[in-house]
Design a protein around this ligand. Structure first.
Ligand code: PHE
Length: 340
């Protein structure tokens, strides 16, 4: 019993001397913690002589209740004091300028890609995503370039360590994937994506760049449809006054094949340099889908025809913003990127 009253007066005195929340919590651990003095005193009831046991237990429980009530009261008034103190000393200066939230921007290529998507969306073209890692057969063979075909030299290729697996050199293999997926339905899609070529990096050529492929397949599609689509696109992108010029060209997967130029405004001080004095600027390769390619996609060339085109969004971005070095696109130089 005397131990209990000694414990009570000691604990009360220490509680009264605990000035802040930290001290109070330390006090609580000492007296009410897992092996604290109060639980220990309560456990001791078993070793008290039987005739004293009842009053020992009652006394111990009373002390426990009283101390715990006192502790809770002391803790909440300590918290209140701390809050009042911080309100009194810490001031909020609402006139300070705010911290700017850094804002990201879209990459210039992404901006051009989105513009291209929206123009073609208005003409009913859907976006189809093909793959960056291709097999030799789809990148070349099914596009009418069997092994050792000389036209393969037009695309210097990154090969992987797995034979026959490569990084696509153009978006045209996507034509095969779309046709095989959608055959025998008519097709009107664009296929954007990154292409890779094993080339010397110069201000005009990079080893990776985007292309946007276009593909339309259906009954009775002709060169006139290709021409109309390209003119509509060029005028939306470069201005209503634009004229286009079509030159004959060669790609193994289109027949006939063409290259499309647009006239460049003579008012532009860069016009001469860009067009090398001709007034015309190449914007895409295109043509009517080769019958062999249609057949490889599952379409009967006697019944179906189609056109395809491929263009380079980085080149288009360079024209729109007078960027003179293609290496800027992947150099991650913020001084360049922040201008868009
Ligand atoms: N794939 C060709 C290239 O990379 C471009 C092209 C696409 C040409 C579709 C014709 C038709 O150069």
């Amino acid at each position: 019993m005397s131990d209990l009253s000694e414990l009570e007066s000691r604990a009360s005195a220490e509680l009264a001397a605990s000035a802040d929340e930290g001290a109070l919590r330390a006090w609580n651990t000492k007296y009410f913690g897992k092996d604290g003095e109060i639980p220990t005193a309560l456990k001791r009831v078993g070793s008290v002589p039987p005739d004293e046991r009842k009053s020992y237990g009652q006394n111990a429980n009373r002390i426990k209740e009283a101390l715990s009530t006192a502790y809770n009261a002391a803790l909440s008034s300590a918290k209140e004091r701390a809050l009042e103190q911080s309100l009194a000393t810490e001031k909020l200066d609402v006139s300070l300028p705010g911290r700017p939230t850094p804002r990201g921007r879209l990459h210039p290529s992404t901006r051009t890609l989105r513009l291209i998507y929206s123009i073609f969306a208005d003409m009913g073209f859907q976006v189809y995503r093909s793959r960056d890692v291709e097999d030799d057969e789809t990148n070349f063979g099914l596009l009418n370039m069997p092994l050792h075909h000389p036209a393969r030299d037009m695309w210097d290729t990154f090969h992987t360590t797995t034979p026959g697996v490569l990084l696509r050199t153009h978006t045209s293999p996507g034509q095969i994937h779309v046709m095989r997926e959608l055959c025998p339905s008519p097709i009107r899609v664009i296929l954007p994506g990154m292409c890779y070529r094993y080339e010397q990096i110069t201000p005009r050529s990079e080893i990776m760049f985007h292309q946007v492929e276009g593909l339309a397949v259906g009954r009775g599609i002709s060169m006139t449809d290709l021409k109309g689509t390209v003119i509509a696109f060029a005028r939306r992108l470069f201005g209503e006054e634009r004229q286009i010029r079509i030159r004959s060209s060669y790609f193994p997967f289109t027949e006939p094949s063409i290259e499309v130029d647009i006239d460049w405004p003579k008012e532009d001080p860069n016009a001469d340099r860009l067009t090398k004095g001709t007034g015309w600027l190449e914007i895409m390769g295109a043509g009517m889908v080769h019958p062999t390619v249609l057949r490889n996609g599952g379409y009967n060339p006697a019944e179906f025809s189609g056109f395809a085109f491929g263009m380079g969004p980085e080149r288009i971005t360079m024209l729109r913003h007078a960027i003179d070095d293609i290496r800027q696109f992947w150099a991650n130089d913020l001084r360049f990127l922040r201008q868009f």
